[in-house]
Ligand binder design. Sequence first.
Ligand code: ADP
Length: 568
Amino acid sequence: MTHNVSVEVTDGFHLVVDALKHNDIDTIFGLVGIPITDLARLAQAEGMRFIGFRHEQNAGNAAAIAGYMTQKPGICLTVSAPGFLNGLTALANATTNCFPMILISGSSEREIVDLQQGDYEEMDQLNAAKPYAKASYRINKAEDIGIGVARAIRAAVSGRPGGVYLDLPAQLLSQTLEVGHAKRSLVKVVDPAPRQLPAPESVQRALELIKGAKKPLILLGKGAAYAQADDDIRALVERTGMPYLPMSMAKGLLPDTHAQSASAARSYVLAEADVVVLIGARLNWLLAHGKGKTWGKPKQFVQIDIAPTEIDSNVAIAAPLIGDIGSCVAALLAGLDAAGIAQPDAAWLAPIAERKDQNMSKMAAMLARDVSPMNFHGALGAIREVLKQHPDINLVNEGANTLDFARSIIDQYQPRKRFDSGTWGIMGIGMGYAIGAAVVSGKPVVAIEGDSAFGFSGMELETICRYELPVTTIIFNNNGVYRGTDVNPTGGKDVAPTVFVKNARYDKMIEAFGGIGYNVATPEELSRALIDAIAAGKPALINAAIDETAGTESGRLTNLNPQSGAKK
Ligand code: ADP
């Protein structure tokens, strides 16, 4: 056999980068090590942005939120076994939340892993990922990198978006391929998330149901925010005149100050409505599974979703509308006049307005009360006023009480600006989401964090400082999980399971990396610090001392907490 020495070759490292770039993917979130360090170096050398983290879970969370914000899969790159497993939590969380992302992990030699002969970081990652991902693929040959990346992208964004795992064995990366062959093997994904039009008879059925409603309600979920059909959704709400409720990450799809928002009369409208139009929201635990006391009077549902199996998941759905939200909402809008749907009458709208007024003035009074030491309302009242002046700021929010109170107190004015614990109620998304949101949007981020929630990702303050991101983290510091006052009943030396170091100074953590730290104890100080931090546009952390007696156990989820029969 003759060998042509002048044949130009490329390798797996280059092909992975080429395949991503070929599909307009410009950023990788990750953490380097064997066998993917050179992949990260090469991606950067080839003009991609590589954002390096201190823990893979946070890199994965950044990728997930990037996917949610852009409808392009966010990419997270990790090393094998432990790095992969750290990233897997984020992949599972992305899948649960319907965010498109791809976790790419290097893996050890197949022949050793499969015979369990004990390789460095040995693990059958492909199969470990399967139950927690929308899809899970391995590429074994360099000539398949193009098609493998295309398959991962389409799986992540088409239909119901989710997390995809892509396994890259170390030996794949160093495999060589002739340059011409390599070029021809790249695949540009055409129309990765095609529109899916609803059936005309489903649209008709939905319009009939809405027409017959006496007390209709629209419920917007984060699927509606993801869909980027903002103008049509607003038109549907305004032309029908129906009151609406946003789920937490759908806040801002219409400004929370909108006259038709029924958020301040939430329990009343959920209990009283007779027809509910669900747009990209699942009837899961966050909506009390669509039944029981929360939902009060019997009702019928229209449900818009791209996943047909979501229909009838918890209660019977009278009018399912299967398709992408943009197409479904446009079809409803087009049929409104012909269906003769009138504005709801005052018998429905007047009591809602009355309750809203009452509840909003009660809340205003609570926010204005000057309580010392500062409580959740005092702190959030101050933040709310500052953020009013910055409607385009990205807000990250997690914690127990910190999440529950901030969700109802902080108004959102623009779509896809609130990122929180989501479908799982997960803690630990804070700094990952903050970094992802800052990188993708190029706009400032404010992260309102319970002191416990912050602990899961706190080391990423270094990442925020390293990339000089305009992220202001506010720690609601009440000295513990839920609150700081629990005692060890034995009188022993260990503190209670929920208690942290008293009066910790989280602001000093960011100072270690060159960021700006603030330590505040009153709403006025908090307000001043936040105004200053946003104006500086630099990494900042505000340690906000909150009354350590103020929190309730598990926030509003106390009912989910099993109680010991022996508890007095
Ligand atoms: P929330 O937590 O805000 O109530 P969920 O995450 O429970 O929202 O629901 C989002 C729903 O939106 C999912 O059932 C998902 O299938 C659906 N979805 C996501 N993107 C689209 C889209 N582009 N078109 C239609 N449905 C979508």
